[in-house]
Design a protein around this ligand. Structure first.
Ligand code: AHR
Length: 495
């Protein structure tokens, strides 16, 4: 007889909305994310739309990606947007100093990115260059993409064959300013931020610009404290936070050949996200009790050694059931903190870090992380339901982690969805939910599972891991009893 964990869930209408933007993505000029990933060029034999692979477009549309951050990352603070507009043959080549020292020809620029976002039906999130750019450069970028008519930049845009502005709402003001963005102190950056933000005029969006300050590195709470203290609320809509999951930063290990100890260590850093968003939110609550400024986790995900034989600067790694565990638990944490966390961006969409899509020449595969994100689309813009769960422990070498993670929401049709993750590498766990209290009668489910934690999809076997119908539950006297197998993600739909 296995121990059963009681999950109490209230069918209330008081919870915050889980912003769909929590399910955002990130595409940097890094390795084979843009060039050789998304973008193969119009002359490629791979079917494409204006140079972007059609299979990627289809997959991302099915994933309903709500926003896409571009062009970096560290690359953003070296990027000069005017290099990427106008006739492609006239664009200058640049060297990507952060990622592999590659030369790129700027054939994928502002128009290419924003038009792609239109095709995908996703909101662009432009990350601007504060580290090596100028206030004027950013002011003009906003004008170029958002001003309707009659300004120098709107006329330049029209000359480049785009009549109407795109109306970009989300803007990052620099990236990792404590590191690759310029090695600044928070006090110095807060001043710089105010200067840049002041000149970001909202031309066509009726004052709807959403300006995001470059945020803290993991547990640097002082960074958040200074930004929240020094930047007036009239100049800021979001504060970022970056946190990655790994075995050890100095010794990351293989993405596929890892042992129990390495798995446990990775999950320790992944689950740390709970503490991070709690403590950063507490600071924000102190300076912003009205909850006007959002916490934006615009880089998260697993980070391992690159695949053997690939360029170390390209950050190309495989994606296993371990990554599905990171995705499932992290997204549950964001859902549960959706009062303050309004956006997040998984790093990165294609061929880089915890990618949802991998490509190899004309082949493409969807990773376990893709499937988790897709299973969780039911939470997009749904109402968070309060819950308590006293998880049993997953123990390794005397150390403990909560084995179970959960979040739940009610969508606009009144359907309740519960996402459950069991990170325990060996044990199934039982959960009980009171159906009568919740007012539900019917339950269906989907599961992502595979025999080994190290399992992953390959170009020869791209569908080894994919969601399946879940039947591991029964109802007894008004109680729903669910058995969540070891290292699986389950999403239940209840009516
Ligand atoms: O996502 C890869 C890199 O990680 C980004 O460029 C940078 O912002 C972070 O350090």
């Amino acid at each position: 007889q296995k121990e059963t964990t009681v999950l109490t869930l209230k069918n209330s209408n008081d919870g915050p909305t889980i912003s769909k933007h929590i399910y955002g993505h990130f595409a940097e000029h890094l390795g084979k994310c843009i060039y050789g990933g998304f973008f193969v060029g119009e002359k490629s034999s791979i079917p494409n739309t204006k140079g972007v692979r059609n299979d990627i477009i289809t997959a991302l549309k099915e994933l309903k990606i709500p926003n896409l951050r571009w062009p970096g990352g560290c690359f953003a603070d070296t990027y000069h947007w005017k290099d990427g507009i106008g006739p492609k043959e006239d664009r200058p080549s640049i060297v990507n100093r952060w990622w592999g020292g590659t030369t790129e020809d700027n054939s994928f620029g502002t128009h290419d990115f924003l038009n792609l976002c239109e095709v995908l039906g996703t909101e662009p999130y432009l990350a601007s260059n504060v580290g090596s750019g100028t206030v004027q450069e950013l002011e003009q970028w906003v004008q170029y993409v958002n001003h309707d008519s009659g300004s120098p930049m709107s006329e330049l845009r029209k000359k480049n064959d785009r009549e109407k502005p795109w109306g970009v709402t989300f803007w990052g003001v620099g990236n990792e300013m404590w590191g690759c963005g310029g090695n600044m102190t928070p006090e110095y950056y807060a001043n710089l931020y105010k200067q840049y933000a002041t000149f970001m005029t909202d031309w066509s969006n009726n004052d709807k610009l959403f300006r995001i300050a470059s945020g803290a590195n993991v547990a640097d709470y002082h960074w958040t404290e200074v930004l929240m203290r020094d930047i007036p609320k009239s100049l800021i809509e979001g504060v970022a936070l970056h946190s990655y999951s790994f075995v050890k930063w100095e010794k990351k290990g293989s993405s596929t050949k890892f042992n129990e100890e390495q798995y446990f260590a990775t999950m320790q850093t992944a689950l740390k996200m709970e503490e991070l968003v709690t403590k950063h939110s507490d600071i924000m609550d102190k300076y912003d009790p009205e909850n006007k400024v959002a916490l934006i986790v615009d880089e998260w995900g697993g980070w391992y050694d690159v695949e053997e034989g690939t360029n170390p600067g390209f950050l190309y790694q495989q994606n296993t059931m371990r990554d599905a565990m990171i995705a499932g638990t992290t997204l549950n944490i964001f859902n549960n903190h959706s009062k303050r966390v309004k956006m997040a961006n998984l790093a990165q969409t294609v061929n880089v870090l915890q990618a949802v899509i991998l490509t190899e020449n004309e082949k493409m595969l969807l990773t376990p992380t893709y499937h988790v994100m897709k299973m969780y689309t039911v939470h997009h813009d749904a109402q968070l339901l309060p819950m308590t769960i006293n998880s049993p422990s997953y123990t390794h070498n005397g150390e403990k982690l909560p084995a179970l993670s959960a979040s739940a929401s009610k969508d606009k049709n009144g359907l309740i969805h519960i996402s459950l993750v069991n990170i325990d590498s060996k044990k199934d766990h039982k959960i009980e939910i009171d159906m009568q209290e919740l007012g539900i009668k019917n339950v269906t489910g989907t599961i992502l599972a595979s025999p080994k934690l190290q399992d992953h999809n390959t170009f020869d076997n791209p569908s080894k891991i994919k969601p399946a119908v879940f039947k591991g539950f029964e109802t007894k006297k008004g109680k729903l009893e669910i058995t969540i197998p070891a290292f699986t993600v389950v999403v239940l739909e209840t009516k």
